[in-house]
Design a protein around this ligand. Structure first.
Ligand SMILES: [Zn+2]
Length: 115
C-alpha cells in the first residue's frame, strides 16, 4: 500500500504524444548513427573483397539508404497533438528536428492545459 493519499496522475494526451515523438526521433538518430558506421566500414570491406565485392558493397549501401527512410517517414507522419497537422512538415519544407510545431507553434513538451 502506498503512503501517498492520491493516485499518480495519468499522463495527458499531449505528454504521451511528446513521448512518442521523442521515441521516433531517438530511433531515427540511432538509425543514422548505425548507417554512418556501416558506410564507414564498407570501403574496408570492399577493398578486402576485391572488385566483385565493390559491387556488392555499392548495392548494400543503396539498400541501407532505403533502411533510413522508415524512421524519417515516422517523424514526417507525426501529427501535432494541439492542431492535428504534421508537426515538422509543411507542404514543401520540413525540419525533422523542429522543437515547435511548424503550423501552430506549440513547443514540444508543452502540457495540455498550459496557458
Ligand atoms: Zn501544431
Amino acid at each position: 500500500m502506498s503512503e501517498t493519499p492520491y493516485r499518480e496522475p495519468t499522463p495527458d494526451g499531449y505528454s504521451a504524444a511528446w513521448a512518442d515523438l521523442r521515441r521516433r526521433r531517438r530511433a531515427a538518430a540511432l538509425t543514422i548513427a548505425s548507417w554512418v558506421g556501416v558506410m564507414g566500414a564498407m570501403p574496408v570491406a570492399g577493398a578486402a573483397a576485391g572488385s566483385v565485392g565493390a559491387g556488392a558493397v555499392l548495392i548494400s549501401g543503396l539498400v541501407l539508404m532505403g533502411w533510413l527512410l522508415r524512421p524519417k517517414m515516422r517523424i514526417d507522419c507525426f501529427n501535432c497533438p494541439a492542431c492535428g497537422k504534421t508537426f515538422s512538415r509543411l507542404r514543401f519544407a520540413q525540419n525533422d528536428f523542429a522543437r515547435r510545431c511548424v503550423h501552430c507553434g506549440i513547443e514540444m513538451g508543452t502540457p495540455k492545459n498550459a496557458p
